[in-house]
Design a protein around this ligand. Structure first.
Ligand code: AMP
Ligand code: ZN
Length: 114
């Protein structure tokens, strides 16, 4: 999508602090981190605006994203405590309408869900 900031990062049109990249997905540091480790993982293709668009056909890429997230968590030494979240919809604060997963952790950080 021409107007999508994450499509532009995936295409190398705007810079991103990339941690991992292959043909299908990309991981990069969030520009405005809310945790000591705050990494975003995205499918490179604009396959979905958010989790509400997902279907069974996306299973492989989503599984791949989670496997890469686990590798990054190990590499960044947060494997003993991290969270992966995705926002779907402006109502819950989604600001970029390109499916993405936040990998959060480090220090005493904990997004309190309950
Ligand atoms: P969400 O609120 O789930 O849509 O999250 C979007 C995230 O993208 C926010 O945490 C932003 O800080 C982050 N973000 C926006 N623009 C950029 C960018 N150019 N590079 C890295 N992260 C970004
Ligand atoms: Zn996009």
């Amino acid at each position: 999508m021409s107007d999508c900031v994450f499509c532009k990062i995936a295409a190398g049109e705007i810079p991103g602090k990339k941690l991992y990249e292959d043909d299908d997905i990309l991981a990069f540091h969030d520009i405005n981190p809310v945790a000591p480790v705050h990494v975003l993982l995205i499918p490179k293709k604009h396959i979905a605006s958010g989790a509400a668009d997902l279907t069974e056909e996306h299973s492989a890429v989503i599984g791949h994203i989670f496997a890469v997230a686990a590798n990054i968590a190990r590499e960044l030494d947060i494997a003993d405590g991290f969270q992966i979240i995705t926002n779907n919809g402006e109502k819950v604060g989604q600001t970029v309408a390109h499916l993405h997963f936040h990998l959060l952790g480090g220090g005493d950080f904990r997004l309190k869900l309950g």
